[in-house]
Design a binder for this molecule. Sequence first.
Ligand code: 5GP
Length: 120
Amino acid sequence: MAYDSNNIFAKILRGEIPCKKVYEDDHVLAFHDINPQAPIHVLVIPKGAYVSWDDFSAKASADEIAGFVRAAGKIARDLGVDRKGYRVLANTGADGGQEVPHFHLHIFAGRPLGRMVQKP
Ligand code: 5GP
């Protein structure tokens, strides 16, 4: 799938749409999800134009990948959720339930999160 620069996270990166920012560096932006599914629900996105986890893992540079993974861990620690625990999730593609076609990690925390995947 080609990257669509009109997706909502691309607009957030360009500052065309506001977000509640949690963290930013050269490679990464993180902000609160607009429709939180847990007491803490933060989205972590790369600044590069990657559609999905599949696209990012295949095409991003080593610096981008390392920076992204390091940032996601730091964000969780800065949120203070590392002690009680949290969940990191990357919905990928249609069966993965991905709605926004710019790669993002969800960080969920603030309550026991239950089993990994809901049964249909
Ligand atoms: P996906 O299903 O693609 O993994 O998740 C997309 C997430 O983006 C959803 O949890 C949704 O609530 C969030 N989202 C969609 N539009 C916006 C927005 O304009 N601002 C923010 N902060 N989150 C959004």
